[in-house]
Design a protein around this ligand. Sequence first.
Ligand SMILES: NC(=O)c1ccc[n+]([C@@H]2O[C@H](COP(=O)([O-])OP(=O)(O)OC[C@H]3O[C@@H](n4cnc5c(N)ncnc54)[C@H](OP(=O)(O)O)[C@@H]3O)[C@@H](O)[C@H]2O)c1
Length: 324
Amino acid sequence: MRAAVCTAYGGPDVVAVRDVETPVAADDEVLVRVRATTVSSGDARVRGSNFPPGFTWMARLIFGVSRPRQPILGGECAGIVEAAGAQVTQFRAGDAVIALTGARFGCHAEVVKVRASGAVVPKPSGISFEQAASLAFGGTTALHFLREPGKLQAGERVLINGASGAVGIAAVQLAKHFGAHVTGVCSAANADLVRSFGADAVIDYKATDFTGTGERWDVIMDTVGNLTFALCRGSLNAKGRLLLVAAGLGDLLKAPLQSMTSGLSVAGGAAPERAEDLALLAQLCEAGTVKPVIDSRYAFTDIGKAHARTDTGRKAGSVVVVFE
Ligand SMILES: NC(=O)c1ccc[n+]([C@@H]2O[C@H](COP(=O)([O-])OP(=O)(O)OC[C@H]3O[C@@H](n4cnc5c(N)ncnc54)[C@H](OP(=O)(O)O)[C@@H]3O)[C@@H](O)[C@H]2O)c1
């Protein structure tokens, strides 16, 4: 099969499309023929060894010291089940699915193997493979942070910093679904997009610093990585929650003490890859409550260009890569 192979850490040019062995499904796995995948911020971080401050040494131990241990990146895809292992009862050949392989990667290939009990669910029928491929990474991250550390309740006020990114635009839609009043922080260029996906208010970060407005929120979710507890404390209501989706190690280490001493909650960490979260997203997508947002599309042979687009940090939603 063809796969995008990343043999070193570096710029988009370290990714090359090559012929590699097609994986074989174990008894509890399915083989998915990938129709569409994405180059997410997670793929770009690993390829470029561009981790949040303080995480590089830890991430290199996890992802590979001198080059990516898993050379085929890609943490999400949509495709067709080609074969199912002997113990797999929930899927069979021909089923259309969405899979989130997360840090195990492997989706930047014509075929990927996934554990049938992992984050793989039927694809919603009303959307394309490209749309389905762009649902999981941002959606499951936003869902985890808003529901678990965020404990977002109907009627609460939430601010999403980075509302136009893959995580942010999913968070805007999910927060609206949970009945919150949503403020999106984005550039003026993306204000209409963020409003059209449900934000009640939009703040242009280039014109206004939300921390200086005197407004307060119950939940502040930072998907950009430029907020700290010190900056946000005065903008949080009593019992407010600060969600640090993209924080460096230093801010995460301070979070427990800040939470203990302030009556507020500061939380970060990695979102899990769970089948039930993906199933809920697929259900919300089927109902039209959550819509996938595609920034741009590239043919698989142009996957280097897709990496370059993601590297800009300017994408709105997902950068999709399509197998033709
Ligand atoms: N903790 C976890 O488990 C987890 C999971 C997934 C992702 N993440 C992290 O979450 C972060 C966001 O991921 P993503 O995939 O959503 O990123 P992304 O799609 O690449 O985000 C790009 C968006 O951010 C906007 N942006 C850039 N600077 C901004 C600023 N100063 N204020 C507001 N918006 C700004 C850009 O809009 P403009 O160009 O218009 O500014 C663009 O639309 C990444 O750091 C990623 O590593 C963490």
